[in-house]
Design a protein around this ligand. Structure first.
Ligand SMILES: CC(C)(COP(=O)(O)OP(=O)(O)OC[C@H]1O[C@@H](n2cnc3c(N)ncnc32)[C@H](O)[C@@H]1OP(=O)(O)O)[C@@H](O)C(=O)NCCC(=O)NCCS
Length: 193
């Protein structure tokens, strides 16, 4: 895969940028949240070394290898780290998968939805992707809500197709968004506070 040029995206009050080594402390702190450890593929327990490896090695390598586009989502004014949105498993055929988490203290404000919508626009527009897939453990209704709000179409359930919570294999919902799919109306603004 050809390298991807690390990108920055501004979306309302959010700024999406590549991860930097200095993000490791905040990533480690925010990923202690039980919901993130329960529903994502991050290692659990999530040690500082995991965050350091992610911010200093894995994330930059994804861009260089052209296999992923991992974005830190920060407040455009304060630069506080709010969330993570990543295109993963990018293929030469134009497919990718999206993954995300949001800091516990700023959930329910549209942060994930707005950042996911921005990354999809960038993925279809700049990268020319043909399909972005979304997977979430069955029961992760907050993630399903974000996917629906950002135009993903639920396609079904895959049996035992996802490993979350540091090693739990579970059934997962699968959905996708195609370039021509409509953006649902009323994309929420990022509300502060
Ligand atoms: C999923 C997650 C990223 C959503 O982040 P967020 O910034 O709160 O998302 P948004 O505010 O854009 O939207 C969340 C929506 O889910 C809804 N929601 C949140 N928790 C919910 C629940 N338990 N049941 C139903 N809906 C729920 C919110 O009401 C909101 O919908 P609304 O805008 O119509 O009110 C966040 O909850 C998270 O980090 N969870 C843990 C990690 C995770 O599950 N990642 C996804 C793995 S596939």
């Amino acid at each position: 895969m050809p390298s991807l040029e690390a990108a920055e995206i501004t979306a309302g009050r959010l700024h999406l940028r590549p991860w930097r080594p200095y993000d490791a402390d905040a990533v480690h702190r925010l990923c202690q949240d039980p919901q993130i450890q329960r529903w994502t593929r991050l290692p659990s327990p999530y040690e500082h070394a995991h965050a350091e490896d992610f911010a200093t090695r894995q994330a930059p390598l994804s861009w260089v290898q052209g296999t992923g586009a991992p974005f830190a989502v920060v407040d455009a004014t304060t630069e506080e780290l709010l969330a993570s949105v990543e295109l993963m498993h990018i293929t030469a055929q134009g497919e990718a998968e999206i993954g995300y988490w949001c800091a516990a203290h700023c959930r329910g404000q549209g942060v994930a939805s707005q950042a996911v919508a921005a990354v999809c626009r960038w993925g279809f527009g700049t990268l020319g992707l043909s399909r972005i897939e979304w997977r979430a453990a069955v029961g992760n209704v907050a993630s399903l809500r974000v996917a629906r709000k950002t135009g993903f179409v639920l396609e079904g359930t895959l049996r035992q197709a996802l490993v979350v919570g540091g090693g739990r294999r579970v059934d997962c919902w699968v959905g996708s968004r195609l370039p021509a799919d409509p953006t649902p109306p009323g994309r929420p603004p990022h509300r502060s506070g």
